[in-house]
Each structure stands twice: as structure tokens, then as C-alpha cells.
Design a protein around this ligand. Structure first.
Ligand code: ADP
Ligand code: MG
Length: 348
């Protein structure tokens, strides 16, 4: 859909590996004083003085995690950075550096990699991140991109999945299910396009959900907000696999149970209308959709007044004793066990 056959194409073999690395990374400027040595030596050198360091990595594979027929490469570069930063913020940490490793087949021209790196650079600028290294290699077929993110956190601020306590409130940022419904719309349009390449889809009713799929954001702002409000979550996780599996992670690691209230789950109107159109239950989408990159966390009830008025935060449940289990309290006031649906890519 997005491929422009008239684009200029420069073969990767014209540059060679080192020429390519230079070309792709020449714009990156160091922003953080913790970055002592960036791209160009055998390894980067960082100095965080006495801060704790967090490190996280994610691997994205063409055909498994993304589909280039509707995912522009610029967006892919952006998203590959975002999914990693989201994990750093979920530790209540500040993200400072990333490394980017790519494997590309020669079916990609240089211009495609320039687009990928334009997205990486945009994310690095918006989120104030140094790109400090990576690796570049060839692949037989598809595109692979792996990002490692590094961040810093004062010891007293770090937040794990394991700190939730009975009576804590379960809170989520933003709204859920939009990225999944955006994907459903894109998949549908791809099928329509296969049958009739001249069809012009009207995507206007789906702009928000498509943007959530193609250009997600990480909630750096929520980490800042909580710090300004003087609220330290007792536990936190980012929502990559879907609300239900993330709640289960928090409960298992914290050895607690939970009541989640269906009516409290935040949904955008576009998610609700698109779910109706696709005849899918919006609660199921919020629970199992994933790729929201919102933050899910628990706070002490003493902190409720501090977060209550904030439109970006919704209290969606209560932490219970472990023996009480993990349940969804439906709108009809029935209690059903919450089940995990993560690891989608292994089941599809
Ligand atoms: P080595 O042979 O030691 O692995 P490389 O030639 O792969 O070194 O890398 C040279 C420099 O360029 C290193 O600083 C490395 O981190 C950086 N680099 C390599 N590939 C990328 C990439 N895709 N994105 C960003 N930096 C890269
Ligand atoms: Mg290398």
C-alpha cells in the first residue's frame, strides 16, 4: 500500500557495512552527560555515578511483530524505540540511552533504512535519548530490529512488579484496546486492497486507533506526573500483552489477588464503536488486546486523593489477599476469573 515504486533506490552493497553504519548514525548527537563514549568505538561507555541502572531489550521480527504492507518503516523505527522505553518507565526510571541492532536483506534499499532511522531519531529526540551503538548485519529474507534501552533511577524510586499490597488501588493510565482495534482495521483494509488495489479506504473514523497501533507513545509523562504528585506506586508494569496478563504478573509476583471492575476500564469512543462494528466485546479487547503501552500500577489508598482528579489515570480495581484470587467484576455484578492470554505470537 505504502510502497512507492518511483522512489530512488540505492543498493546497500554500494555503501558497504561501515559506510551504511556511518550514514545511518551520523545525525545522532549526545544529549546526556552519562554518555561518555557513544557510537564509534568497540563499545559505548556510560557513567551513572551512584544511580541504579535499568536495562531492557526487545526484538521485533518482520512477519511476526510487524507487517510492512501497512507499517511504514519510519513508524516501525519509532515503535521499536517506544516499546523499550515503555519498559524503562515501568520501572519508574528515566530512559537515557538505546542501542539499535538491525538485520536487513538486500531487498531493502538504503532509502528504506533512512526511513527506519528517521523514526528512531524522532523517538530519540522526543524522549530525550542518546543512541549509543548497535549492530548491523544482513538477513536472508526479512527485517529484524532489536533495541536495548538503558535508564537510571534513584534507589528509593525504583518500582518492581512485586510490591502490591492488599487494599492497594489498581490504576491504569490512558485508555485500552485501541492499538488492537487499529490492527483489526489495518488487517481488514489489507484484505480489501488485495482484492481491489484501487479502492480508497475511508480511515477517518479510525484515526485514533490506527495511530495507537502505528505510532504508540510511552508514558514518560506519567512517571513525571506521579513524581510531581508525590505518589510512588507500590508496583508497576507496562501493558504490552493486554490488561489481564499484566494484572496476573503483578498479582503473582506480589503474592496478592485482585478485583478488577469492568465498568471502570477506560475505553476510547472509537474503540467502542469499532468493537460494535466488528462485533467484538470491548472488555475482551481491553483485557487481551495488548500493545497499549500504558502503565498499570498499584498505589496505597492514602494516595487516592492525589490522583483522583487526573483525567489520565483511572482506578480500575482493588488488590486483595492472594487466596481471594484474581477476578473481573462484570457490569452485571458477576465475578469471573481473569485468565492470561499473553504469548500471542506462539499460539497464532
Ligand atoms: P564491531 O565490529 O566492533 O561490532 P561495528 O562496526 O558493528 O563494530 O560498529 C561500529 C560502531 O557503530 C559501534 O559503535 C556500534 O555500536 C555502532 N553501530 C553499528 N551498527 C549500528 C546501528 N545499526 N545503529 C547504531 N549504531 C550502530
Ligand atoms: Mg558489530
Amino acid at each position: 500500500m505504502i510502497e512507492d515504486k518511483n522512489q530512488q533506490r540505492t543498493q546497500l552493497s554500494d555503501l558497504g557495512e561501515f559506510g551504511l553504519i556511518d550514514h545511518l548514525t551520523k545525525n545522532f548527537k549526545v544529549k546526556h552527560k552519562s554518555t561518555i563514549k557513544s557510537i564509534g568505538d568497540d563499545a559505548a561507555v556510560l557513567n551513572f555515578d551512584n544511580k541504579k541502572i535499568v536495562v531492557t531489550t526487545d526484538l521485533l521480527l518482520e512477519g511476526v511483530h510487524f507487517d510492512l504492507s501497512y507499517m511504514p518503516l519510519k513508524h516501525l523505527g519509532y515503535k521499536a524505540v517506544i516499546v523499550n522505553l515503555s519498559d524503562v518507565y515501568a520501572m519508574n526510571a528515566k530512559a537515557t540511552q538505546i542501542t539499535v541492532s538491525i538485520a536487513v536483506s538486500n531487498r531493502f534499499p538504503l532509502e528504506a533504512l533512512e526511513d527506519l532511522y528517521a523514526g528512531i531519531e524522532t523517538a530519540a529526540d522526543i524522549y530525550d535519548i542518546d543512541v549509543i551503538g548497535g549492530d548491523t548485519t544482513s538477513s536472508n529474507k526479512g527485517l529484524l530490529i532489536s533495541v536495548t534501552a538503558i535508564g537510571e533511577v534513584e534507589s528509593e524510586n525504583e518500582v518492581y512488579r512485586s510490591g502490591a499490597k492488599p487494599n492497594d488501588l489498581l490504576v491504569v493510565s490512558g485508555d485500552l484496546g485501541a492499538a488492537y482495534m487499529g490492527l483489526q482495521v489495518l488487517e481488514r483494509e489489507k484484505e480489501v486492497y488485495k482484492v481491489n488495489p484501487n479502492s480508497q479506504p475511508d480511515l477517518e473514523p479510525y484515526t485514533y486507533i490506527i495511530e495507537r497501533q502505528l505510532k504508540p507513545e510511552a508514558r514518560k509523562d506519567i512517571v513525571k506526573l506521579l513524581s510531581e504528585l508525590g505518589v510512588k506506586p507500590s508496583s508497576m508494569i507496562d501493558i504490552s500483552d493486554g490488561l489481564s496478563s499484566e494484572i496476573i504478573h503483578i498479582c503473582k509476583q506480589s503474592k496478592v489477588g485482585c478485583d478488577l471492575y469492568e465498568e471502570k476500564i477506560p475505553l476510547d469512543p472509537q474503540v467502542i464503536s469499532t468493537c460494535e462494528e466488528f462485533n467484538i466485546d470491548s472488555t475482551t479487547v481491553a483485557l487481551n488486546g495488548g500493545e497499549d503501552y500504558e502503565l498499570l500500577f498499584t498505589i496505597s489508598q492514602d494516595d487516592f486523593l492525589k490522583i483522583k482528579a487526573n483525567p489520565s489515570l483511572s482506578v480500575i480495581g482493588y488488590i486483595k489477599e492472594e487466596k481471594e484470587g484474581i477476578h473481573l467484576i462484570t457490569r452485571a455484578d458477576t465475578k469471573i476469573p481473569v485468565k492470561a492470554q499473553g504469548w500471542k505470537n506462539f499460539n497464532d
